[in-house]
Design a protein around this ligand. Structure first.
Ligand code: CUA
Length: 155
């Protein structure tokens, strides 16, 4: 079969790009440890409010300038609606939803996860600059979606 020289070149470019991108993905996940925020555990959404850690949402210190922030999304608010974080703190967000699918995005940071009912999402971020960030729900979750926001204050 005769393959035109341009067609051959195009196939090679496509093939080389595939290998490059797969290599970059492998390098990012294995060598640099970059992972998508993963599913950590699954709870029964109806029980979420009464089960630890979501029975007591909020910020707690777990090490020297290391914190855990337990955040619960529900129609149409976050619990807690305000987080005060010390400057330079490394915070692991542990979050879920008690009812429908919500989102948790903290403006100006890499914290951006979906809150799936009962599924625990974890993401870690270090707050290096003082200031205020809006914490918003980025998944349409009903008529009060636009009212679902909170605040993160780095001080
Ligand atoms: Cu919760 Cu939109």
């Amino acid at each position: 079969m005769k393959v035109h020289v341009y067609e051959k070149a195009f196939l090679w470019v496509g093939g080389v790009m595939l290998v490059l991108f797969l290599g970059a993905l492998t390098y990012a996940s294995l060598a640099m440890g970059i992972q998508l925020p993963g599913k950590v555990a699954q709870l029964d959404p109806a029980e979420v409010r009464s089960q630890p850690p979501f029975s007591e949402p909020g910020l707690r210190q777990v090490g020297e300038n290391e914190y855990e922030a337990v955040v619960l999304g529900q129609i149409w608010s976050f619990a807690p609606s305000e987080l005060r974080i010390p400057l330079g703190a490394k915070v692991t967000f542990i979050a879920t939803s008690a009812d429908v699918i919500h989102g948790l995005h903290i403006e100006g940071t890499r914290v951006n996860v979906m809150l799936i009912p009962g599924q625990i999402s974890k993401v870690t971020y270090t707050f290096d600059e003082p200031g205020e960030h809006l914490m918003i729900c980025h998944e349409y979750c009903g008529s009060g979606h636009h009212l679902m926001y909170g605040k993160v204050i780095v001080e």
